[in-house]
Ligand binder design. Structure first.
Ligand SMILES: [Zn+2]
Length: 222
């Protein structure tokens, strides 16, 4: 029997690349995805994720987690906080950091995978060339995988294929996987703009990656 995989799909560039990575590795019929509605200000992300799953012809489940917005304190869920690109000098992190977000996402994804007898989780997190979110680092994922295995008595595997890649490398990977048409549907901008604002940290990072790869970003042409 072939193995199956569940992809955490946010609607962004990296998780979309990972969706195509999973299809390439596990086969289209063995891949499904989950998208979390965590109260993100930019609801367009959810629309993007739906459109991408449809384009990739992969079943998608949307799950609500409304607790992050209730906690407040970050610029991605709190409309009263403007996105700032500079890191907070106290913790070295930008105010787009949602504490525990990836840990919670992967824990719920693992619970869903358990219920569906899915052995593999795929996430688009990376520790290079990014904002320095600590729950996107290799060590955090390894520890979480161990906790999930112990806590669920399962053999779940967490795959983070982009972990050590630069943005340039992820763009080239997306091209090689045939994921560029889906890139036109992805959402990256921290200001929720389509077409993207081009000046927020997320837009700048994305533009840098495409420029370095020598590939035109299909999103810009929309
Ligand atoms: Zn932007």
């Amino acid at each position: 029997m072939s193995e199956s995989a569940l992809v955490v799909l946010s609607g962004g560039q990296d998780s979309t690349t990972c969706l195509y990575w999973a299809i390439d590795r596990f086969g289209a019929g063995n891949v499904s995805c989950v998208t979390f509605d965590y109260g993100q200000r930019h609801r367009v992300e959810l629309e993007c994720a739906r459109a991408i799953a449809e384009l990739a012809n992969v079943p998608q489940l949307e799950l609500p987690i409304d607790t992050f917005a209730a906690l407040g304190g970050d610029a991605l869920t709190d409309p009263g906080i403007d996105v700032q690109s500079d890191a907070n000098p106290e913790n070295g992190l930008p105010n787009t950091f949602v504490p525990g977000r990836n840990l919670i996402f992967l824990t719920f994804a693992a619970a869903l995978a358990y219920q569906r007898n899915i052995e593999n989780l795929v996430t688009g997190v990376a520790e290079t060339d990014y904002s320095g979110y600590p729950d996107c680092r290799e060590g955090a994922l390894q520890a979480l995988q161990q906790a999930l295995r112990l806590g669920m008595e399962s053999a779940i595997r967490i795959h983070a294929p982009l972990m050590q890649m630069s943005k340039q490398q992820t763009v080239l990977l997306a091209r090689d996987l045939g994921a560029l048409p889906a890139m036109a549907l992805t959402h990256t901008c921290y200001n929720g703009k389509r077409p993207p604002c081009g000046t927020c940290p997320a837009c700048e990072l994305r533009a840098k990656g495409f420029a370095a790869a020598g590939i035109e970003d299909p999103l810009v042409d929309l």
